[in-house]
Write a protein that binds this ligand. Structure first.
Ligand code: ARG
Length: 233
């Protein structure tokens, strides 16, 4: 599939924000994670090669706007607002907002308990939007960090009392920091399901090819294999 083996494959430039384990994170100088494996599988199926760079979150979107990047792959939630500026693939992962905090420092049971607490979010993410819904837009209680890693560092260092982020990322952080006393809670009434998509510049010709390749990768069991590798450990 994807032409003869000898055929030169087109290399697509991909941006990401690689402090978002298990979706994308740095290991031995390379970007790795669920998103990386999935994008590689989908691109291969579609007959492309991908070069994934840890551009950072804002630079990824800027690079898509200017079309210097062909793809953004960073656990990006498909939102109504983003759909106006970018094209998205079909959804490839279901997510939800999760609150992470330190046991004994604060008690948080529902989203409402975020009110009046010092909150950390990654700037420009759905975690920020969820925190703003409770604490109010431009609330001085919300600290916005450039990366997910800086958000978690702020929680670790007690600069914030809760981090508001994506469910699988909060759970991974909790698992990787067993001595930090991290508690996690979500709120099914306040937080709606969200879906990640592969991001393309508006008008990109790649969307249809990537959608059909994504469907193939889901149908042929490759997706399940990648899921198992990152989530059923
Ligand atoms: N899903 C959230 C959003 O789209 C957070 C994504 C953050 N991704 C990352 N690689 N840091 O807003």
């Amino acid at each position: 599939k994807g032409g003869a083996k000898t055929e030169e494959k087109k290399v697509l430039n991909v941006g990401t924000e690689a402090t978002f384990a298990p979706f994308e994170f740095m290991e031995k100088g390379e970007v790795t994670g669920f998103d990386v494996d999935l994008l590689n599988a989908v691109a291969e199926e579609a007959g492309y090669e991908v070069k994934i760079d840890n551009t950072g979150w804002d630079a990824m979107f800027a690079g898509l706007q200017s079309k210097q990047l062909d793809i953004g792959m960073a656990g990006v939630t498909i939102t109504d607002e983003r759909v106006e500026s970018y094209d998205f693939s079909d959804p490839y992962f279901e997510s939800k907002t999760m609150i992470a905090f330190k046991e004994g420092k604060v008690d948080i049971k529902t989203a409402k308990d975020l009110k009046g607490k010092k909150l950390g979010v990654q700037n420009g993410t759905t975690g920020q939007f969820a925190a703003e819904k409770v604490a109010g837009k431009n609330s001085p209680d919300i600290s916005k960090y450039e990366t997910a890693a800086l958000m978690f560092q702020a929680l670790q260092g007690d600069n914030v009392q809760a981090a508001v982020t994506d469910i699988a990322v909060a759970l991974e952080y909790q698992k990787n920091n067993p001595d930090a006393g991290i508690q996690t809670v979500t709120d099914d009434e306040e937080f709606e399901s969200e879906y990640y998509g592969i991001v393309f510049p508006k008008g990109s010709g790649l969307v249809d090819e990537f959608n059909s390749a994504l469907n193939t990768v889901i149908d042929n069991g490759k997706y399940a294999e990648i899921y198992k590798k990152w989530f059923d450990k």
